[in-house]
Design a binder for this molecule. Sequence first.
Ligand code: AMP
Length: 329
Amino acid sequence: MSGIRSTGFLHLGNYFGAIRNYVRMQDEYDCYFMVADLHTLTTHPDTTELKNNVHRVLAENIACGLNPEKVALYCQSHLHETAELYLYLNMLAYTGELEKTTTFKDKVRQHPDNVNAGLLTYPVLMAADILLQRATLVPVGKDQEQHLEMARNFAKRFNYRYGAGDDIFPEPQAFNFGEQLVKVPSLDGTGKMSKSENQNAAIFLSDSDDQIRNKVKKAKTDSGPTAPNTPMPDYIENIFQLLRLVSAPDVVEKYLADYQGASIRYGDLKKQLGEDMVNFIRPVRERAEAIQNDETYLRQIMEMGAEKARKNARSTMEKVRSAMGLSYY
Ligand code: AMP
């Protein structure tokens, strides 16, 4: 089970941190993927663009290879059970642990004029989404590790307090095909690629070929290593990290050898990265545009997905209410 907020176009961080794993999981697991439109409201209270954005996220997920016939692809707000579980879990979440969350502290810094209670309890809503499906594996990027640990704590607390020896909720684990959780860096050499920070330093799945080339061209570099085997600065390491994601292994090897031999030309490196990104993104962009324009199809997908996810949600909530002693007749 996993979700992506509908705050705008998806970028390479969303693809490599999340969607790529969704696509790989769909043949092996019973999967639930949702558009987190309620989480979006914590930072984007204006809903004018919401419908468009929800459609866009759905279209981009499908364009990346997610098959709505195989997985439940749904919209968070279509499952009213989420709000109920969120309420119960809020009673088990301590304000102290919520205030210490890294993402909360980041968001307070970014949106000082809108530090709402929803932002503080963001990890509780995320736990509700996951626990509602009684999910065991959660494909997410590295930035979500702490939230997932909190979801495990809420599950454990619930089981301990109300489970009477039974585990109502399994403990969800972060999941990534391959060794480690992925963090896709921003092109400006600072932090992770993100929808809300520097938009020119993020490559979106909707970017035109020229936008991609221009953004890559402006990525932070310097005049290059002056001696062989110079340690690599972070911002150059970031460029290589992006190259590893979209380019062929022999291309990566060549530029690494050039760097180590101090003969690298960053102009060539960026040109190669730009072209490989264009080739990677173009087909996704074109498919997503076609899907987004088909509102009837998107509606069918959302209804079908919500129906599948609701089945689990209902049975979970019956167990939850009964375990909590909230059934009086
Ligand atoms: P969000 O856009 O915050 O709703 O995130 C949706 C998914 O994309 C989550 O699983 C994140 O972990 C993942 N994600 C977002 N940005 C990055 C990034 N720069 N690198 C890796 N994963 C990311």
